[in-house]
Design a protein around this ligand. Structure first.
Ligand SMILES: [Zn+2]
Length: 127
């Protein structure tokens, strides 16, 4: 099970990477497109500043490449290997998948990126 305290919890749910008590994002729904990347400035529980330095989340673009490939491979396997479609149809499935899941890919990448630098700290809540 995925529970608070695991890095995967913060990555999947966009929770503060340090205390896991609240969402980093203004709007929890990634498909509210104007708000997809709008983040709170700080965590109200542990005071962690999410944008640690200017342009901190530019680095998440490197992560989004890997995450995008994972989604594309999954789309290819499902369409080409499971449904035995043609290569052209598989390509169209990949493009549609990348467009439809773009908000999720962008948020996952940011979550993974910030979790590379900040770890869970259970002591922070007792203070
Ligand atoms: Zn926090």
């Amino acid at each position: 099970m995925i529970r608070k305290g695991m890095k995967l919890y913060s990555i999947l749910f966009g929770a503060c990477p340090k205390c896991h008590q609240e969402s980093m994002y203004d709007n929890k729904n990634p498909y509210a497109l104007p708000d997809t990347l709008r983040m709170n400035e700080k965590c109200s529980h542990c005071n962690l500043k999410y944008q640690m330095e200017p342009s901190f989340f530019y680095g998440s673009m490197y992560v989004s490449y890997g995450v995008g490939i994972a989604f594309a491979v999954t789309a290819f396997v499902i369409s080409y290997l499971i449904f035995e479609s043609s290569l052209v149809t598989a390509f169209i499935a990949i493009v549609i998948t990348l467009i439809v899941f773009m908000p999720i890919i962008m948020r996952l990448s940011r979550n993974i990126w910030i979790n590379l630098f900040v770890g869970y700290d259970k002591k922070v809540l007792k203070k």
